[in-house]
Design a protein around this ligand. Sequence first.
Ligand code: FE2
Length: 226
Amino acid sequence: MNVEIFKQGTDNWGYILRNAQNKCLLLDPLDANLYEKKIRSLKLTPIAILLTHYHQDHIAGVPELLKKFSIPVLGPEDNEQTPEIVTDKVAGEIQLLENTIFCYTMPGHTRALNTYHFKKSKQLFVGDLLFNLGCGRVFEGTHEQHYASLQHLKELPIDTEIFVGHDYREKNLNFAKKLDPNFYSALQLEDLQESTSLEMELWWNPFLKAPSFEAWKRLRDLRDQS
Ligand SMILES: [Fe+2]
């Protein structure tokens, strides 16, 4: 899939996933105007909206977009907390744009969080599960759930390209450099791309390198206080 990446809001990443026939999927729209402008200027036909989780900064643009485009909204399965705008609660495999998309349930940041894996093109959209050199905070889920979700992520092929929910590259690099100035002296902000890869994160991300749940939890607490 071709991926249009753009900033929306303060530091959210916006994503439009398009195929060769100019059909597209809209992922986690916060700013409906921005999505609509891109759809019009690129002459795309939206097929569906995909949501990773129900925080406002990932779904706020949905009602406005639905006034312009009559398309389904696919989101995580959760009986209590999936927002009402979700028309199809998805998990497992779904077929869209000649692709099989694997929807993994990876809660912790929220009680319901879907990541979307395009295995053929080795692309994974993770919302606020993971960031470059960081991971999401634990809000409505539990630390145990979040840690387990990160372990699940680590089992995917290392050449998987990962598209995250926010641009926290600078903040997370600064945090990592404070943790281990020596190790991170080899890494500069310019080395961190907008999208990342599992290989890159396995090597550099302190939250994926933590050797145990306890070590990961200490790190998470430290980052929450920073
Ligand atoms: Fe979030």
